[in-house]
Design a protein around this ligand. Structure first.
Ligand SMILES: Nc1ncnc2c1ncn2[C@@H]1O[C@H](COP(=O)(O)OP(=O)(O)OP(=O)(O)O)[C@@H](O)[C@H]1O
Length: 643
């Protein structure tokens, strides 16, 4: 196995700077609000299509080779141990007494193709509390049995060994009317063989946070794992820093495979499983080898959309840097992650624990622990209370995701470096020979190097296109990046201004309001907290007024004088009014957990699923408060990892 042969790129070699190049706006945000029109198949729980492609494609835990073995095994024998050559174990959720369905995401119901009436049934409550298996016949011991995935991971830069779903159990996969297959799982439904010495539970506090943010990121167009339902385990008290109520989140994703899933067979030296996993990822997650992006041609801009439909066995590129299908798979994963991290940066989102076990093979945002949105713009901010080195700070996210992707490059290095002998019988059976080793390593190093350039280019292109849209421009011209984008962030930072309000409020500004210096200084006052705008002669107002002047000139260039309404409408659809900030989530948690309120969850979910709206038809005062200034001393809070 190629373990030590490929040197690691230093994250410092990849600091994402803000370069000068200009890029045309090629994409606008694909907002998902209300994009599902009328005629959709609407399934009951039992008519929902169900499958188990994951478990039928990948090696299972040898101790429980079939679902029936696991079903009849005493629970203790399933529990924590090191597993060899397996990527999952069959295990069912524990029984949850008196579950209370607290909330359902209407958007998720729609996206799964489920009839909304189903969510009102007791069956829905029981299935997503883990009490009833829809797909398993208890008598014949046949059907789809739930499973927990096994993966490993680098945590805080160190190899952490075998991890796995310690508190997540997948129930089944379902394919929606658009043909998208999702793996549905419960988080917090009890122990699995991967729980190690923990309890398999999740507390209400962290479950509310995950439920809300998954659906929010999806609503603003950022790839993410999703959440269908939030269930309170009324009888369960879970010990963290204190005793807390337990809960279950029903979540779903096109795949739960993480970069850490690849780390594990690599570290075990298990070549066969690694290859199976790569094949599964290409064929079943990415939809087939022919869906993967081709090799870059010499001089091609790596950020452009690359052709696909390359036949599986084709090896592309010049001698010495040949690219086989595993390189195309790596490229797809690298590009997907570059786009997602660009979106995080553009929208001020931080995951807080970007370990390889929390980095998705599909570039989905995932694992919502100590995440947060920026309140004010401070690039050194980390939402993770335990992250003393600022490893997972806002400004470090692009670098850390690349660091994680280099680990994936090392895991795939042997398959990628094998170029056209990747399918030779000897190589498949026993790996690289002495004679092949040098060439293979050199090729793999080159591939990872070039992937790094591609990562940077895709990241920058997507980041710029999102920022261009957020500023209400149609394209990013020479000089815009420094004079508009960077200068905006600089003054937001210097004056501790609200990151999200800045974009939303800019969208309300009419160009006719910016015609004189005096008028621009007036408008500059809107960027400050209410009642805290500095005096007219203050230098901070002058700086913002200057920026507004430049911005107005660029808007006129892009839209002409007649495009004002259109530009404002576009900005309102790009810059959310509602953001589930830490203080909002804290208040929500407090009211649900301590004050037993329920409607507040529904009210916030309305805002959460349609965050670009102006009003949501609830209590207007409360809606405005949740979208307004961060209360004093509640900004830029940090969270611990305990969940
Ligand atoms: N209470 C718990 N019981 C069992 N295992 C746990 C518990 N908390 C965390 N783990 C396991 O520890 C590892 C790291 O935890 P982390 O908080 O990153 O993940 P998670 O939030 O549990 O899971 P996911 O990434 O699926 O959202 C994971 O393997 C996770 O399953």
């Amino acid at each position: 196995m190629l373990r030590r042969a490929i040197p690691r790129l230093k994250p410092s070699q990849l600091k994402i700077q803000q370069p000068n190049s200009s890029l045309r706006l090629s994409q606008t945000m694909a907002h998902l609000n209300g994009n599902v029109d009328g005629k959709r198949a609407s399934h009951t729980l039992s008519s929902l299509p169900k499958s188990n492609v994951f478990t039928s494609s990948l090696p299972t835990d040898a101790a429980f080779p079939t679902p029936a073995d696991s079903h009849s095994a005493p629970r203790e024998t399933l529990g924590p141990r090191m597993i060899k050559e397996a990527l999952f174990t069959y295990v069912r959720p524990e029984i949850t007494h008196s579950p209370e369905l607290l909330a359902v995401s209407d958007r998720a119901v729609q996206d799964l193709g489920l009839d909304p009436k189903e969510t009102e049934t007791e069956e829905f409550n029981q299935v997503f509390a883990g009490n009833k298996l829809l797909t398993w016949d208890e008598e014949t011991k046949e059907g789809i049995y739930p499973w927990a995935q096994c993966y490993g991971g680098y945590q805080f830069g160190q190899w952490a060994g075998q991890l796995g779903d310690g508190r997540a159990i997948s129930l089944f996969e379902t394919t929606n009317p658009e043909g998208v297959r999702y793996e549905i799982q419960l988080k917090g439904a009890g122990r699995t063989p991967y729980s190690r010495f923990a309890d398999g539970k999740a507390v209400l506090r962290s479950s509310i946070r995950e439920f809300v943010v998954s659906e929010y990121l999806n609503a603003i167009g950022i790839p993410t794992t999703r959440a269908l339902a939030l269930t309170l385990a009324r009888k369960s008290r879970v010990m963290r820093e204190r005793m807390e109520p337990g809960a279950i989140v029903t979540r779903f994703a096109q795949s739960w495979v993480r970069l850490g899933t690849f780390d594990l067979p690599r570290m075990r030296g298990d070549r066969a499983t690694l290859r199976k996993l790569a094949d599964y990822t290409a064929e079943s997650i990415y939809g087939g080898w022919d869906k993967l992006p081709s090799a870059l041609t010499a001089g091609q801009d790596p950020s452009t959309t690359l052709p696909t439909s390359i036949p599986k066995l084709d090896v592309q590129g010049p001698a010495g840097s040949e690219e086989n299908r595993y390189v195309r798979l790596y490229r797809a994963i690298v590009r997907a992650n570059a786009r997602t991290v660009a979106a995080w940066q553009a929208y001020g989102f931080m995951n807080g624990v970007l370990n390889t076990d929390n980095t998705s093979i599909l570039g989905l945002s995932m694992d919502y622990g100590p995440f947060a949105f920026l309140d004010t713009f401070d690039p050194t901010y980390t939402p993770n209370h335990d992250d003393h080195m600022l490893r997972y700070s806002y400004r470090n996210q692009p670098t850390i995701i690349w660091w994680n992707l280099v680990r994936l490059g090392e895991a795939l290095g042997e398959l990628m470096g094998a170029a056209d002998f990747v399918d030779d019988a000897v190589f498949v059976a026993s790996g690289v020979t002495e004679a092949q080793a040098d060439g293979l390593v050199k090729r793999a190093e080159g591939i990872i190097d070039r992937a790094g350039d591609e990562y940077k280019a895709v990241f920058m292109a997507h980041y710029k296109s999102l920022m261009t849209a957020r500023l209400g421009l149609k394209q990013c011209k020479d000089g815009d990046f420094e004079e508009l984008y960077s200068e905006l962030l600089d003054f937001l930072e210097a004056h501790e201004l609200d990151f999200h309000h800045a974009f939303r409020r800019l969208g309300y500004v009419r160009l006719e309001e910016l015609e004189t210096e005096q008028a621009r200084r007036d408008v500059a006052g809107r960027f400050f907290r209410s009642g805290e705008a500095p005096r007219q002669e203050d230098a901070s107002r002058e700086r913002i007024a200057k920026w507004l002047d430049k911005w107005a000139a660029r808007v006129r260039e892009d839209w002409g004088s007649a495009g004002e309404e259109e530009r404002m409408a576009a900005m309102a659809k790009t810059n959310p009014k509602f953001v589930p900030r830490s203080w909002v989530l804290d208040e929500l948690i407090d009211r649900v957990e301590k004050k037993n309120e329920r409607d507040v969850l529904k009210d916030i979910m309305k805002m959460n699923l349609s965050p670009f709206e102006e009003k949501w038809g609830g209590n207007e005062g409360e809606e405005e408060r949740f979208c307004g200034d961060v209360p004093k001393y509640k900004g830029m809070m940090q969270c611990s990892c305990s969940s």
